[in-house]
Design a protein around this ligand. Structure first.
Ligand code: HDE
Length: 702
């Protein structure tokens, strides 16, 4: 008999060395395997130890595989069923464990322990996602980021399922399936993947004026984050807090990143998708693995019914935000993500967030978008996770005791005892009962009025906050927004859709409409559609800027050093020291992986090869080269791209003489962001931001 490989010799060796595993019966009647070796045994799902995991059972050495081979059948059957349906939206996500720590009690407003017990750390699992793309799509399309946090509180799970944008496209949940169908790849051709730049999206949007405020946000740099650690999160809807007396206060939730906001440029984003489709996931993984734990503040906006009545908009309309200048943010705690999941599928994929998961002391509002969401999540999870018992999965199970009389169904993991599975009962005194005092209570509210498919009149203003957003941006952010619209609409094949969109922009800001129209080659402005109400000039809100929310820090950033044999050892050491002292990372890039031999004869380990580690992966770059190396690299297109892209993406560039030679060869002119590497302090300061003034010299601005 011929056998490709057999375990027999290994087994014989184990026996000889006294390493053969033994089995014992545990307290619960389960069998444990242990043995002379620490190595776990490979078994079937029934616990049968395998002697050969490389060869199937065959009739003879060249004969057919036998149906009798229950081992291959079990293995392949399981494999065949490994995939579950991906999320219909937010399929691509990155998750991590951590904790939330309350720093300020909201005891006056709520009885929820998670918001009243200062200093207590509540475990959390947070998943940040893109919306439109499939689970295998790149991390960096222009897209909203989902920001979902599961708090495993003492009183049950509270899920704050938000986005990194504080408003939404639509006012009523009944429109959501149409919106998502329009965003996703077009059904006949199955493209574009993870992109809004196509006809069906803009067709739907052009017919949905209520989406114009959200359009301003998604066309801004907020949807091109540099890192998931540098985005804000918003609960979007108003929720209610309820105190012990049953008094209700409205609340909006905000997450604010410790590292401040930062975005990439559009061209950089496009290149990032190719250079590293996992750019954000890898960044999060590396940050958590290295102990640089991502952190956010949790802040709230609190307001009463009377406050709400005085707002120039309806807070139940999810296309509106409450400017921070109107209702200031109060910071009440912080979230730290400090543990990467053990297993992506078991945790990040199987986690099930649901806006209806709240705890006593909280309640919902009548926001018609939220009301629809309260239905959708459990429903979709039943089909995605395949059984109503998905709450028993470790990632979804509350960490407080939970008990009820729900029973059976697919994949039941619990083994309840006794004859009682109903309530009330007299037969099981210790079975779970309702708790009228501190169990969950809904807010008391009186509903009156005529039933109907009605949109409130106060929801009718679709342009004022869009205008406020645009006018609140710095001029460079306004330019990015105009360019984004030009790019997106240039991908739309039907002229009438482009024209309809530019028509809407005229209500937001005539100048914006003009810029986009020129970018699209329109010779005259299309007419604006009718607006139900007059557009208001709301006071600009600087808090809506992204640039205004960048922090003066290099923490969490990465600086790339382009080096070669003969590079100056002293300069490299000085930059690395200064960058590390500023809290950032350094990565060394050279033509080849391995080591380079520096000017003083020492060897420097290289982190990445030029073609695989382009400058889009860095926040700023330094180019330290001997003249000979600079001459050699000026013949390399990857080296030219490295410096040209760094310049084009508005990054600080530090150079020595060799570096300067390379820049000259690449046709790069000096500006305030290009400096001799000796000016280290200036380099570090410039690396913290982007060289906005340079932009007009590298592209035609919209
Ligand atoms: Fe979601 N949304 N959504 N959504 N949503 C889902 O639930 C839905 C909306 C958000 O990391 C789905 O388990 C409806 C707003 C996040 O697992 C689904 C409406 C906001 C995530 C669903 C909205 C969100 C989802 C798909 C309009 C910000 C990912 C898979 C009424 C406040 C959570 C799933 C995760 C996921 C429905 C609108 C945030 C289909 C019907 C507004 C962060 O149930």
């Amino acid at each position: 008999m011929t056998k490709g490989k057999t375990t027999t010799p290994a087994r014989a060796k184990q026996r000889k060395q006294g390493m053969e595993p033994t089995v014992s019966v545990g307290a619960g009647g389960e069998w444990h395997q242990s043995g002379g070796s620490d190595q776990a045994r490979l078994t079937t799902n029934q616990g049968l130890s395998l002697s050969d995991n490389q060869n199937s059972l065959r009739a003879n050495s060249r004969g057919p595989t036998l149906l009798e081979d229950f081992i291959i059948r079990e293995k392949i059957t399981h494999f065949d069923h490994e995939r579950i349906p991906e999320r219909i939206v937010h399929a691509r996500g990155t998750g991590a464990h951590g904790y939330f720590e309350l720093t300020k009690s909201l005891g006056k407003y709520t009885s929820a322990k998670v918001l009243t017990e200062v200093g207590v750390q509540t475990p959390v699992f947070t998943r940040i996602s893109t919306v439109a793309g499939g689970s295998g799509s790149a991390d960096t399309p222009r897209d909203v980021r989902g920001f979902a946090v599961k708090f495993y509180t003492k009183e049950g799970n509270w899920d704050l399922v938000g986005n990194n944008v504080p408003v939404f496209f639509i006012q009523d949940a009944i429109k959501f399936p149409d919106l998502v169908h329009a965003i996703k790849m077009e059904p006949d051709r199955a493209f574009p993947q993870a992109a809004t730049a196509h006809d069906t999206f803009w067709d739907y949007i052009s017919l949905t004026p209520e989406s114009m405020h959200m359009v301003m946000w998604i066309m801004s740099d907020r949807t091109l984050p540099r890192s998931l650690r540098m985005i804000e999160g918003f609960g979007v809807h108003s929720f209610r807090l309820l105190n012990a007396a049953g008094d209700s206060t409205f609340v909006k939730f905000h997450w604010r990143p410790k590292l401040g906001l930062q975005a990439t440029t559009w061209n950089e984003t496009v290149k990032l998708a190719g250079a590293d489709p996992d750019f954000h996931r890898r960044d999060m993984f590396e940050a958590i693995s290295s102990g640089a734990f991502p952190e956010w503040e949790l802040a709230v906006q609190l307001f009463s019914e009377e406050d709400a009545d005085a707002f120039p908009f309806d807070h139940l309309d999810a296309t509106k935000l409450i400017p921070e200048e109107l209702v200031p943010l109060q910071v009440i705690g912080r979230m730290v993500l400090n543990r990467w999941p053990n297993n992506f599928f078991a945790e990040t994929e199987q986690v099930a967030f649901c806006p209806s998961h709240i705890v006593p002391g909280m309640d919902f509002t009548n926001d018609p978008l939220l009301q629809g969401r309260l239905f959708s999540y459990l429903d979709t999870q039943l089909s995605r996770l395949g059984s109503p018992n998905f709450h028993q999965l470790p990632i979804n199970a509350p960490k407080c005791p939970f008990a009820n009389h729900q029973r059976d169904a697919h994949m039941q993991m619990a083994q309840p005892t006794g004859r009682v599975s109903y309530e009330p009962n007299t037969l099981a005194a210790d079975s779970p009962r309702e708790h009228p005092v501190d169990g969950f209570h809904s807010a008391v509210s009186e509903e009156t009025g005529a039933k109907g498919r009605i949109r409130p009149e106060r929801f009718a203003d679709h342009y004022s906050q869009a205008r406020q957003f645009y006018r609140s941006q710095t001029s460079c952010e306004q330019t990015h927004l105009a360019s984004a619209l030009v790019f997106e609409l240039s991908k739309v094949e039907h002229p009438h859709i482009r024209e309809a969109m530019v028509g809407h922009l005229r209500h937001i800001e005539e100048d914006l409409a003009q810029r986009v129209a020129s970018g699209l080659g329109m010779t005259e402005l299309p007419p604006a559609p009718a607006s139900a109400v007059a557009v208001q000039d709301l006071a600009p809100s600087p808090a809506l800027q992204l640039i205004g929310k960048m922090k003066d820090t290099l923490e969490g950033r990465t600086i790339g050093l382009l080096v070669a044999d003969g590079s100056d050892a002293g300069s490299i050491e000085a930059i690395a020291k200064a960058v590390l002292a500023a809290g950032a990372n350094v990565k060394r890039v050279a033509l080849n992986i391995g080591d380079v031999k520096l000017s003083d004869g020492s060897h420097l380990k290289i982190d990445g090869q030029l073609a695989g580690m382009p400058s889009v992966l860095f926040d700023a770059v330094a180019v330290i080269l001997s003249k000979a190396a600079a001459v050699m690299l000026s013949e390399e297109s990857d080296a030219m791209d490295f410096v040209r892209d760094a310049f084009g993406h508005l990054k600080a560039i530090g150079v020595d003489k060799g570096g300067e030679f390379l820049l000259n060869k690449a046709g790069i002119k000096h500006d305030a962001g290009v400096m001799a590497i000796g000016a280290l302090e200036r380099f570090i300061a410039a690396a913290k931001t982007r060289q906005w003034d340079r932009e007009a010299s590298v592209r035609t601005l919209a």
